[in-house]
Structure formats: C-alpha cells, structure tokens
Design a protein around this ligand. Structure first.
Ligand code: SAM
Length: 265
C-alpha cells in the first residue's frame, strides 16, 4: 500500500455493485475511471459492457492492470497523474459517458476542481470520497461548517446527491475515516469557464477566515471595492458570515463585484 497515493482497495463486492447500479452505466457507454487500483470497479464496469478509460499513477499497478485486462478491447489504460495528463486524453470521444471512481482521498478535492470546467463531457459523476468531503460537496448553507468553497463549486456545477456511506472495513487496508459515494449530474452555470474560475476565486478568498463576518472579509480582501460600496454592503450583509449565504446569494454578490469592482484588488 502506498500511502502517498491513497491506496485503499475496495474489497466488499456489495459496495462495488451499489456504486455501479447508482452510476446507471449501460453497455456501450464510455466510462472514465480514476485510480483503478487492482481493478475491482474496472472489472464490474467491463462486465456491464462499458468502454473503460482508466488512469493509474502507480507503475506497479499499471503493470498489473495491463496484464489483467489484456484480453479486453474495451479497456484503455492511461498511465500517469490524472492532474497532469493533457485534458484531451481524459475526455470521452462519444456520448453517453460517465465518471465512476473510488478517488484517492488525498487528492480527491484537487481532482474535483480539476475536472469541474469539463464536467459536461460526462452525463454523471459517481465518486467515492472521504465522508466529510462528500458532505462538503453536497452541503447547502444549512450545512454549517461543511459549507464552503467546495459546496459552492458543487452547486455551481451539479445537481447533487450524497447516496450512501461506506465503512472503513469495506477496504483493504481500512482507512481511518468513513467514506461515502456522491452522485452528481453536471449542469450549466450560464457563465464561461473563466467566469466560473473567477467566481470560485472570489468565494475562496471570502471564506479564508470563515469565522469572521462577510463584511470583515470583504474589507480585507477587496478594500477598494468595499470602500466604494461600504454603505449598501453593510446594510445588506451586516452580521452575516460567509457560511450564511446560499449559492444564489453568492452569485448575486459576485455579479455585483464583477460589475463594479472589476478586478481582484
Ligand atoms: N479503484 C480501486 C478500488 O476501488 O479498489 C482503487 C481505489 S484507491 C482509493 C485510489 C487509486 O488511485 C489507487 O490505485 C492509486 O494508485 C490511484 N491514484 C492515486 N493518485 C492518483 C493520481 N494523481 N492519478 C491517477 N491515479 C491515482
């Protein structure tokens, strides 16, 4: 087991089946699998008749997978770090397509943000992640401390469902934390990729000190804009913290910033 690559392999078949059923994969569909490991999900996906493109970073597992699925014309292995491969290699060449993956927990959030701008290439994303990360992806402003940049990225890009929990003993070796599977349906935000990135940067900066009020964060992060609009911002947001604003309120605040503030200064 290589800790740096978050290797916890699913060993309870029941969870493999639940994940595949939830994903709704049909024969002939394309699936991107990130981190196939020893191929437990891969095998089930191939048995469903899917075309699986799998990305694995660990050279010893790459060798194992090449051998294991050598006879399958529906299997393609991409060797390398999913965060570093050219994006074109990951994108499907036909529709429908899905992502199904038990993500390496240490880079699950990075992978989520990395693929977010390209999300609509896939009809659904079914991801196993650490339970807290699943909660954060699916949280609304009622989610208290789970609610943050990851939740707003989730709202921006998807219809979301935290589908089920998975206990540590479903894996070998067992992780120290619980896991969960989220099912995500990509949707358009109405903004360009660049605008979405700017929105998320805006949110990230205002969540940097989440225990401070939103006004305090605005003052610190965007002093010029804050000074220009101080009165009306204070009137509208006084006493609110970043986690009290729902996605729609964040969009309104960002659009106001974009119209009047223009730059991140
Ligand atoms: N899918 C397998 C399963 O469910 O048993 C393995 C899941 S394990 C949690 C994560 C897998 O992702 C490991 O095989 C690991 O080597 C691989 N991995 C870790 N970081 C990666 C990266 N940056 N790019 C591609 N694969 C990665």
């Amino acid at each position: 087991m290589k800790r740096k690559w978050g290797q916890h392999f699913l060993v309870r078949e029941r969870y493999v089946q639940r994940m595949i059923e939830l994903a709704g994969v049909q024969a002939g569909e394309q699936v991107l699998e990130i981190g196939p490991g020893r191929g437990v999900l891969t095998r089930a996906l191939l048995e469903m008749g899917a075309f699986v493109k799998a990305v694995e970073i660990d050279p010893s597992l790459q060798g194992f997978l090449q051998q294991e699925f050598a006879g399958s014309t529906q299997f393609q292995l991409l060797c390398g770090d999913v965060l570093k491969l050219p994006i074109e290699e990951l994108l499907p060449s036909s529709q429908p397509a899905r992502i199904v993956a038990n993500l390496p927990y240490n880079v699950a959030t990075a992978i989520f943000f990395h693929l977010l701008p390209w999300r609509e290439y896939w009809d659904s994303w079914t991801l196993m992640v650490q339970y807290e990360v699943a909660q954060r992806i699916c949280a609304t402003a009622e989610g208290g401390k789970s609610f943050g940049t990851l939740s707003l990225a989730g709202s921006l890009g998807f219809e979301r469902k935290l589908a089920f929990e998975v206990p540590p003993d479903a894996f070998a070796p067992p992780p120290k934390v619980n896991s969960a599977v989220v099912h995500l349906w990509p949707r358009k935000s109405g903004w360009s990729k660049e605008e979405e990135q700017n929105f998320l940067e805006f949110v990230r900066r205002l969540f940097q000190q989440r225990r401070k009020t939103l006004i305090g964060n605005l003052k610190q992060q965007f002093p010029n804009w804050f000074q220009q609009e101080r009165e009306s911002l204070e009137e509208q947001y006084l006493k609110l913290r970043p986690e009290n604003l729902e996605f729609e309120d964040w969009c309104k605040l960002y659009e106001r910033f974009r119209e009047r503030g223009r730059a991140f200064h």
